[in-house]
Design a protein around this ligand. Sequence first.
Ligand SMILES: [Zn+2]
Length: 159
Amino acid sequence: MKTNTPLRRSFVSSDDQTVIVCPNCKFVKPLSVSQFRDRKHILQIKCKCGHTFKVQLEFRRYIRKKVDLEGECDLDSTKGEKWKVTLVDISFGGVCLELDIPHNFKVGEEGTVRFVLNDQKQTALNSTIIIKSVTSKQIRCQFTGENTFQKDLGFYLQS
Ligand SMILES: [Zn+2]
């Protein structure tokens, strides 16, 4: 009988998908939770390893994790050139990129970003993006297109 298992939070993305990570065996289980949308909800999960634990669904969709990751992007105005960037935060919805050189990026530009998570597997991710806001040092981008890295990113955001 396990006691004092801390309540784990599980972030739900805008398409009502989440990933549950078993605290015992680290098994990752994708889950659709649309029936619980916008309600505080605690799920009792029984993992295939036999471990039972509780997960609180977290529907705030723009939870951001502060990071310091190397990446590269190309956008409309870089004309195929890849720019080195630093990722300063990341969420299911997008990333904030920091540049240490002058740029002329504009809101609405589209492109791609590539980066490697500092997780155990050194997961390499890439996504198409669109710029949502710009400052002299930072551009905030939203992921576009098919989000094929939900599982890897979900695990990372919860670690
Ligand atoms: Zn398990």
